[in-house]
Design a protein around this ligand. Sequence first.
Ligand code: ZN
Length: 155
Amino acid sequence: MLMASSAATQKDWYCILGAHPSDSQAELKQKYQKLALLHHPDKRHKAEDIEQTTEGAQKFIEISQAWKILGNEETKREYDLQRRETEITRSCHVDSLITLEEMEWEDDEEYFCYTCRCGGRYILAEEDLEQSLLVNCDSCSLIIEVYKQNIDLMQ
Ligand SMILES: [Zn+2]
């Protein structure tokens, strides 16, 4: 029992629902319902690929578990706390790993900038530089992980 519950905390339920921690209950519910419908075992009877069917059933179980936790105010709050501690965000929305060299230095603003595939921007101030770090897109929920290892070559 203990093992099962500690394993469960390793999963990113937001990621499974394609949601974001800042989403409202209504948004979460909407995302859950859409996915649940899509992956519902009843919908997959006609799937030719047996592997795909198993995968779908597995997905449906995960989606249900995610909603069980995020759909309840109390368990959601508890999970949010755990999540912040374990930083499992890393496994989820990280879109790409880039080096600092790949970012553009904006002279006027004095920050590094990288264009997201949504058209938004990742902005990294010079004072925030560390060994490696996560940067949020300013318009979607994607994250890039930036490595500054190559910067030494530039200096
Ligand atoms: Zn984006």
